[in-house]
Design a protein around this ligand. Structure first.
Ligand code: UT7
Length: 332
């Protein structure tokens, strides 16, 4: 029988488009204002993918940085996974498109769809593959071109989202380090609250359907409850409590959701890491973008306990607990 091992983050890399869209730019496009957006969401600006780029380009750039950070070559990757709420097309998967851009031949590649909770779900999937011994080195990317799915006349959604990508390489962990636990959940009865109705086989060509439709207030209330529940669930599975947490890396949807969740958990605000001001809601990319920021800050130390958490369309939610080894970003 294959020995069960834990997996660890061996490398991390990110990529964001250069074009910045500020709240003041949005004031000229739709009936909104900087003050409303900042106080209701915490967002000041977001990045917008160039017309001549696709989500697989952002993903490939983040992936190259992560593989280099892990000190590996592309030939050593034996599975490519992509989580995206804005995949390039229905199929082939964005993972296959990225695999080709990276010049990796033959290894399996597929996408994971759990909307904004995709990174949390994907870490669990990748960890299971490493633990089972099926794959040794997994490249996992959260990548988004969310702005391609925005209705720029809908002020309830177009102010929220941005584009970007974050990638990690997962491989075998040292004893007691790496990914310690996962908590994943879904409730399909909330499917209607947040969706992109067209683009699949369900609705054909309905005008305006291929954009994000959101009942913001309901999603907000759901997220405020489920984000802390996910953190608590993953900590319980790791045999830990909130007092053990050194850093919390929540999905960046709305500053008020994060503040409420943190307060419910009794987590000190200085332990919470984010990038909402700068990037807005980058869906599956928001956690790796924040994690990379934490890694580069130099604050993260070997042995620190990091908790990620997210809520997304589906509805989906979940969290992961990691004991940081320092393998990624030279932080050990
Ligand atoms: O990644 C996971 C998925 N997404 C989320 O987690 C998002 C969850 N939801 C939210 O973040 C919030 O619900 C929003 C930021 C989308 C909206 O904030 P809110 O505090 O729930 O506002 P609201 O929808 O209750 O609207 C309050 C007022 C309304 O005006 P009236 O009816 O009170 O006169 C809206 O029409 O604010 C108005 N409003 C705006 N005003 C200026 C809504 N959007 C805007 C806007 N600019 N962009």
């Amino acid at each position: 029988m294959t020995k069960l091992t834990k997996s660890d983050i061996l490398g991390i890399g990110t990529s964001v488009p250069e074009r910045v869209l500020t709240n003041f730019d949005l004031e000229k496009m739709v009936d909104t204002n900087d003050e409303w957006i900042r106080t209701r969401t915490g967002i000041r600006e977001r990045r917008i993918i160039d017309d001549d780029e696709n989500v697989s380009d952002l993903a490939a750039r983040a992936a190259r940085a992560a593989v280099a950070d892990a000190g590996l070559s592309m030939e050593e990757i034996d599975l490519v996974l992509v989580a995206s709420g804005s995949p390039e097309m229905i199929w082939p998967s964005t993972a296959c498109l990225v695999q080709e851009k990276l010049g990796i031949k033959g290894c399996p590649a597929f996408d994971i769809q759990a909307a904004c909770a995709g990174f949390v779900y994907g870490l669990a999937v990748a960890d299971s593959f490493v633990s089972s011994g099926l794959y040794r080195r997994i490249l996992f990317i959260g990548a988004e071109a969310m702005t391609r799915f925005l209705d720029w006349t809908d002020r309830g959604t177009c102010i929220l989202f941005g584009d970007g990508a974050g990638a990690v390489v997962l491989g075998q962990a040292e004893e007691s380090y790496g990914l310690l636990s996962h908590y994943l959940a879904a409730d399909g009865s909330g499917a209607d609250m947040l969706k992109i109705p067209a683009g699949g086989s369900g609705v054909s060509g309905e005008r305006g359907a291929q954009t994000i439709h959101m009942r913001g207030n309901e999603v907000y209330k759901f997220a405020v409850k489920k984000l802390p529940a996910a953190v608590a669930g993953a900590l319980e599975q790791a045999g830990m409590t909130v007092a053990d947490v050194d850093y919390c890396v929540p999905h960046q949807a709305n500053k008020r959701i994060i503040d409420a969740a943190v307060e419910r958990l009794g987590l000190p605000r200085e332990k919470v890491v984010g990038n909402l001001e700068q990037y807005g809601n980058t869906s599956t990319a928001s956690i790796p973008l924040s994690l990379e920021k934490l890694v580069r800050s130099g604050d993260l130390k070997r042995g620190d306990i990091v908790v990620t958490a997210a809520v997304g369309a589906g509805l989906t939610w979940g969290a992961n607990v990691i004991r940081w080894s320092g393998a990624a970003g030279g932080t050990g």
